[in-house]
Design a binder for this molecule. Structure first.
Ligand code: GUN
Length: 281
Protein backbone atom coordinates (compact mmCIF):
# COMPACT_ATOMS: atom_id res chain seq x y z
CA UNK A 1 0.00 0.00 0.00
CA UNK A 2 1.68 3.21 -1.16
CA UNK A 3 -1.24 5.34 -2.30
CA UNK A 4 -2.10 8.39 -0.22
CA UNK A 5 -5.73 8.26 0.91
CA UNK A 6 -7.54 11.47 -0.04
CA UNK A 7 -9.72 12.07 3.01
CA UNK A 8 -12.89 13.63 1.57
CA UNK A 9 -14.64 13.36 4.89
CA UNK A 10 -12.03 15.52 6.63
CA UNK A 11 -11.96 18.13 3.84
CA UNK A 12 -15.79 18.24 3.80
CA UNK A 13 -15.94 18.62 7.58
CA UNK A 14 -13.64 21.65 7.38
CA UNK A 15 -15.82 23.23 4.66
CA UNK A 16 -18.99 22.63 6.70
CA UNK A 17 -17.40 24.10 9.84
CA UNK A 18 -16.41 27.24 7.90
CA UNK A 19 -19.95 27.55 6.52
CA UNK A 20 -21.44 27.13 9.99
CA UNK A 21 -19.29 30.02 11.24
CA UNK A 22 -20.44 32.21 8.34
CA UNK A 23 -24.12 31.39 8.94
CA UNK A 24 -23.78 32.13 12.67
CA UNK A 25 -23.07 35.75 11.78
CA UNK A 26 -26.22 36.16 9.64
CA UNK A 27 -29.45 37.59 11.06
CA UNK A 28 -31.63 35.62 8.62
CA UNK A 29 -30.56 32.10 7.65
CA UNK A 30 -30.02 30.67 4.14
CA UNK A 31 -32.83 28.39 2.98
CA UNK A 32 -32.69 25.46 0.55
CA UNK A 33 -35.91 24.19 -1.08
CA UNK A 34 -35.67 20.47 -1.85
CA UNK A 35 -38.20 19.02 -4.27
CA UNK A 36 -38.56 15.23 -4.31
CA UNK A 37 -41.06 13.49 -6.56
CA UNK A 38 -41.90 9.90 -5.67
CA UNK A 39 -40.14 7.46 -3.35
CA UNK A 40 -36.95 6.26 -5.06
CA UNK A 41 -34.97 4.50 -2.29
CA UNK A 42 -31.61 6.17 -3.00
CA UNK A 43 -33.22 9.60 -3.46
CA UNK A 44 -34.95 9.32 -0.07
CA UNK A 45 -31.58 8.63 1.58
CA UNK A 46 -29.79 11.45 -0.32
CA UNK A 47 -32.52 13.95 0.55
CA UNK A 48 -32.49 12.97 4.22
CA UNK A 49 -28.68 13.37 4.29
CA UNK A 50 -28.92 16.82 2.68
CA UNK A 51 -31.54 17.94 5.21
CA UNK A 52 -29.46 16.65 8.12
CA UNK A 53 -26.25 18.27 6.87
CA UNK A 54 -28.03 21.60 6.34
CA UNK A 55 -29.53 21.55 9.85
CA UNK A 56 -26.09 20.85 11.35
CA UNK A 57 -24.69 24.11 9.98
CA UNK A 58 -27.77 26.22 10.80
CA UNK A 59 -29.20 26.27 7.27
CA UNK A 60 -32.96 25.96 6.78
CA UNK A 61 -34.51 23.45 4.40
CA UNK A 62 -38.02 23.19 3.03
CA UNK A 63 -38.87 19.74 1.69
CA UNK A 64 -41.60 19.43 -0.93
CA UNK A 65 -42.23 15.70 -1.15
CA UNK A 66 -44.64 15.17 -4.06
CA UNK A 67 -46.54 12.06 -5.14
CA UNK A 68 -44.99 9.82 -7.82
CA UNK A 69 -47.91 10.69 -10.17
CA UNK A 70 -47.50 14.48 -9.80
CA UNK A 71 -48.24 16.30 -13.06
CA UNK A 72 -45.33 18.10 -14.71
CA UNK A 73 -47.36 21.33 -14.80
CA UNK A 74 -47.84 21.18 -11.02
CA UNK A 75 -44.11 20.63 -10.49
CA UNK A 76 -43.32 23.59 -12.78
CA UNK A 77 -45.81 25.70 -10.82
CA UNK A 78 -44.06 24.81 -7.53
CA UNK A 79 -40.68 25.75 -9.02
CA UNK A 80 -42.06 29.14 -10.14
CA UNK A 81 -43.41 29.67 -6.63
CA UNK A 82 -39.95 28.93 -5.14
CA UNK A 83 -38.30 31.19 -7.74
CA UNK A 84 -40.55 34.05 -6.61
CA UNK A 85 -40.20 33.38 -2.86
CA UNK A 86 -37.48 35.69 -1.55
CA UNK A 87 -37.03 33.55 1.58
CA UNK A 88 -35.81 30.65 -0.61
CA UNK A 89 -32.16 31.01 -1.67
CA UNK A 90 -31.52 27.68 -3.37
CA UNK A 91 -33.72 25.15 -5.17
CA UNK A 92 -32.89 21.54 -5.99
CA UNK A 93 -35.06 18.96 -7.68
CA UNK A 94 -33.78 15.53 -6.70
CA UNK A 95 -33.06 13.35 -9.74
CA UNK A 96 -34.08 11.00 -11.25
CA UNK A 97 -37.63 12.20 -11.85
CA UNK A 98 -40.46 9.79 -12.75
CA UNK A 99 -40.52 8.93 -16.46
CA UNK A 100 -43.64 10.95 -17.30
CA UNK A 101 -41.84 14.17 -16.36
CA UNK A 102 -39.44 15.91 -18.77
CA UNK A 103 -36.30 16.51 -16.69
CA UNK A 104 -34.88 19.21 -18.98
CA UNK A 105 -38.08 21.28 -18.84
CA UNK A 106 -38.00 21.07 -15.04
CA UNK A 107 -34.34 22.07 -14.73
CA UNK A 108 -34.83 24.88 -17.23
CA UNK A 109 -37.59 26.30 -15.01
CA UNK A 110 -35.30 26.83 -12.00
CA UNK A 111 -34.01 30.40 -11.77
CA UNK A 112 -30.26 30.34 -12.62
CA UNK A 113 -29.75 32.51 -9.52
CA UNK A 114 -31.21 29.78 -7.28
CA UNK A 115 -29.94 26.76 -9.26
CA UNK A 116 -27.57 25.49 -6.54
CA UNK A 117 -27.23 22.12 -8.33
CA UNK A 118 -25.72 24.03 -11.29
CA UNK A 119 -27.76 22.01 -13.81
CA UNK A 120 -29.65 24.89 -15.49
CA UNK A 121 -28.42 25.57 -19.06
CA UNK A 122 -27.44 29.13 -18.13
CA UNK A 123 -24.98 27.78 -15.57
CA UNK A 124 -23.74 24.83 -17.66
CA UNK A 125 -23.41 27.15 -20.69
CA UNK A 126 -21.34 29.69 -18.79
CA UNK A 127 -19.07 26.87 -17.61
CA UNK A 128 -18.70 25.65 -21.22
CA UNK A 129 -17.75 29.17 -22.29
CA UNK A 130 -15.11 29.27 -19.55
CA UNK A 131 -16.97 32.14 -17.91
CA UNK A 132 -18.07 32.27 -14.27
CA UNK A 133 -21.44 30.57 -13.75
CA UNK A 134 -23.53 31.41 -10.68
CA UNK A 135 -23.22 27.76 -9.61
CA UNK A 136 -21.23 24.66 -10.54
CA UNK A 137 -22.62 21.16 -9.91
CA UNK A 138 -21.68 19.93 -6.45
CA UNK A 139 -20.06 16.58 -7.26
CA UNK A 140 -17.66 17.91 -9.95
CA UNK A 141 -16.86 20.90 -7.75
CA UNK A 142 -16.06 18.55 -4.85
CA UNK A 143 -13.92 16.35 -7.10
CA UNK A 144 -11.90 19.39 -8.24
CA UNK A 145 -11.18 20.24 -4.59
CA UNK A 146 -10.05 16.66 -3.92
CA UNK A 147 -7.79 16.60 -7.00
CA UNK A 148 -6.32 19.99 -6.11
CA UNK A 149 -5.54 18.71 -2.58
CA UNK A 150 -2.95 16.34 -4.10
CA UNK A 151 -2.05 18.05 -7.40
CA UNK A 152 -1.01 21.70 -7.45
CA UNK A 153 -0.47 22.02 -11.21
CA UNK A 154 -3.18 20.61 -13.47
CA UNK A 155 -1.88 22.19 -16.67
CA UNK A 156 -1.24 19.53 -19.34
CA UNK A 157 -2.30 16.56 -17.21
CA UNK A 158 -3.93 13.63 -19.01
CA UNK A 159 -7.30 13.00 -17.40
CA UNK A 160 -9.66 10.15 -18.23
CA UNK A 161 -13.22 10.21 -16.91
CA UNK A 162 -15.16 6.96 -17.10
CA UNK A 163 -18.81 7.99 -17.49
CA UNK A 164 -20.40 10.81 -19.52
CA UNK A 165 -23.28 11.75 -17.20
CA UNK A 166 -24.80 15.21 -17.09
CA UNK A 167 -24.32 15.35 -13.32
CA UNK A 168 -20.66 14.27 -13.09
CA UNK A 169 -18.71 13.34 -16.24
CA UNK A 170 -19.55 16.22 -18.56
CA UNK A 171 -19.31 19.16 -16.13
CA UNK A 172 -16.14 17.68 -14.60
CA UNK A 173 -14.57 17.37 -18.05
CA UNK A 174 -15.33 21.04 -18.67
CA UNK A 175 -13.87 22.13 -15.33
CA UNK A 176 -10.67 20.16 -16.04
CA UNK A 177 -10.44 21.45 -19.61
CA UNK A 178 -10.80 24.98 -18.25
CA UNK A 179 -7.72 24.18 -16.10
CA UNK A 180 -5.74 23.19 -19.26
CA UNK A 181 -5.98 19.41 -18.78
CA UNK A 182 -6.21 17.04 -21.75
CA UNK A 183 -9.51 15.31 -21.07
CA UNK A 184 -10.98 12.08 -22.40
CA UNK A 185 -14.49 10.96 -21.47
CA UNK A 186 -15.24 7.29 -21.97
CA UNK A 187 -18.68 5.71 -22.16
CA UNK A 188 -20.40 2.42 -22.83
CA UNK A 189 -19.37 2.38 -26.52
CA UNK A 190 -15.72 3.32 -25.96
CA UNK A 191 -13.30 0.84 -27.54
CA UNK A 192 -10.10 -0.36 -25.87
CA UNK A 193 -10.90 1.55 -22.71
CA UNK A 194 -7.87 0.22 -20.85
CA UNK A 195 -5.55 1.69 -23.50
CA UNK A 196 -6.96 5.09 -22.55
CA UNK A 197 -7.12 4.69 -18.77
CA UNK A 198 -3.53 3.41 -18.63
CA UNK A 199 -2.32 6.79 -19.96
CA UNK A 200 -4.24 8.80 -17.35
CA UNK A 201 -2.31 10.90 -14.84
CA UNK A 202 -5.71 11.38 -13.20
CA UNK A 203 -8.43 8.76 -13.57
CA UNK A 204 -12.00 9.45 -12.47
CA UNK A 205 -14.40 6.49 -12.30
CA UNK A 206 -18.05 7.53 -12.41
CA UNK A 207 -19.83 4.68 -14.15
CA UNK A 208 -21.61 2.83 -11.34
CA UNK A 209 -19.96 -0.55 -11.97
CA UNK A 210 -18.59 -2.01 -8.73
CA UNK A 211 -14.84 -2.68 -8.81
CA UNK A 212 -14.51 -2.11 -12.58
CA UNK A 213 -11.07 -0.48 -12.43
CA UNK A 214 -8.31 -2.94 -11.57
CA UNK A 215 -4.54 -2.54 -11.34
CA UNK A 216 -3.99 -3.23 -15.06
CA UNK A 217 -6.28 -0.28 -15.92
CA UNK A 218 -4.12 2.37 -14.29
CA UNK A 219 -0.84 4.21 -14.79
CA UNK A 220 1.69 3.85 -11.98
CA UNK A 221 1.64 6.86 -9.62
CA UNK A 222 -1.66 8.17 -10.96
CA UNK A 223 -4.36 9.97 -8.98
CA UNK A 224 -7.58 7.94 -8.72
CA UNK A 225 -10.97 9.46 -7.96
CA UNK A 226 -13.80 7.02 -7.24
CA UNK A 227 -17.32 8.46 -7.66
CA UNK A 228 -19.09 5.08 -7.48
CA UNK A 229 -21.52 4.28 -4.69
CA UNK A 230 -22.48 0.64 -5.28
CA UNK A 231 -24.17 -1.65 -2.81
CA UNK A 232 -22.74 -5.18 -2.88
CA UNK A 233 -23.67 -7.82 -0.30
CA UNK A 234 -24.79 -5.08 2.08
CA UNK A 235 -21.50 -3.18 1.71
CA UNK A 236 -20.89 0.13 -0.07
CA UNK A 237 -18.11 -0.07 -2.62
CA UNK A 238 -16.79 2.11 -5.42
CA UNK A 239 -16.09 1.68 -9.16
CA UNK A 240 -12.39 1.14 -8.42
CA UNK A 241 -11.08 -2.10 -6.90
CA UNK A 242 -9.27 -0.42 -4.02
CA UNK A 243 -7.20 -3.45 -2.92
CA UNK A 244 -6.02 -4.08 -6.48
CA UNK A 245 -4.76 -0.54 -7.18
CA UNK A 246 -3.60 0.65 -3.74
CA UNK A 247 0.04 -0.38 -4.25
CA UNK A 248 0.47 1.36 -7.63
CA UNK A 249 -1.48 4.61 -7.37
CA UNK A 250 -0.10 7.87 -5.97
CA UNK A 251 -3.38 8.85 -4.34
CA UNK A 252 -6.93 7.51 -4.15
CA UNK A 253 -10.29 8.52 -2.72
CA UNK A 254 -11.90 5.88 -0.48
CA UNK A 255 -15.51 4.72 -0.74
CA UNK A 256 -17.17 5.65 1.52
CA UNK A 257 -15.47 8.82 2.79
CA UNK A 258 -14.12 10.30 -0.45
CA UNK A 259 -16.29 12.03 -3.05
CA UNK A 260 -19.64 11.43 -1.26
CA UNK A 261 -19.12 13.82 1.68
CA UNK A 262 -17.77 16.49 -0.70
CA UNK A 263 -20.97 16.51 -2.75
CA UNK A 264 -23.09 17.56 0.21
CA UNK A 265 -20.51 20.08 1.45
CA UNK A 266 -20.45 21.74 -1.97
CA UNK A 267 -24.24 21.89 -2.16
CA UNK A 268 -24.25 23.69 1.21
CA UNK A 269 -21.49 25.98 -0.05
CA UNK A 270 -23.51 26.81 -3.18
CA UNK A 271 -26.58 27.58 -1.06
CA UNK A 272 -24.62 29.94 1.19
CA UNK A 273 -23.18 31.57 -1.96
CA UNK A 274 -26.76 31.92 -3.27
CA UNK A 275 -27.78 33.71 -0.07
CA UNK A 276 -24.90 36.19 -0.44
CA UNK A 277 -25.62 36.66 -4.14
CA UNK A 278 -29.29 37.43 -3.50
CA UNK A 279 -28.46 39.80 -0.65
CA UNK A 280 -25.80 41.58 -2.74
CA UNK A 281 -23.17 40.72 -0.10
N1 GUN B 1 -29.25 12.71 -8.14
C1 GUN B 1 -28.00 12.21 -8.08
N2 GUN B 1 -27.12 13.19 -7.81
C2 GUN B 1 -27.83 14.33 -7.72
C3 GUN B 1 -27.47 15.68 -7.48
O1 GUN B 1 -26.30 16.05 -7.29
N3 GUN B 1 -28.50 16.56 -7.45
C4 GUN B 1 -29.78 16.19 -7.65
N4 GUN B 1 -30.73 17.14 -7.64
N5 GUN B 1 -30.15 14.96 -7.91
C5 GUN B 1 -29.17 14.03 -7.93
Amino acid sequence: MTAKIIDGRAIATQIRTDLQQKILLLSTKPKLAIILVGNDDSSLIYVRNKQKAAAQIGMKTQLYHLEENTKETDLLQLIRQCNDDSSVNGIIVQLPLPEHINTNRVINAISPLKDVDGFNPYNTGMLQNNEKPYFIAATPLGIMTLIESVCSDLCGKNVVIIGASLIVGRPLATLLLNQECTVTITHIHTRDIKELTRKADILVAACGVAGLVKNDWIKTDSILIDVGINREKGKICGDIDFESVAASAAAITPVPGGVGPMTIAMLLQNTVDAYFLQHNL
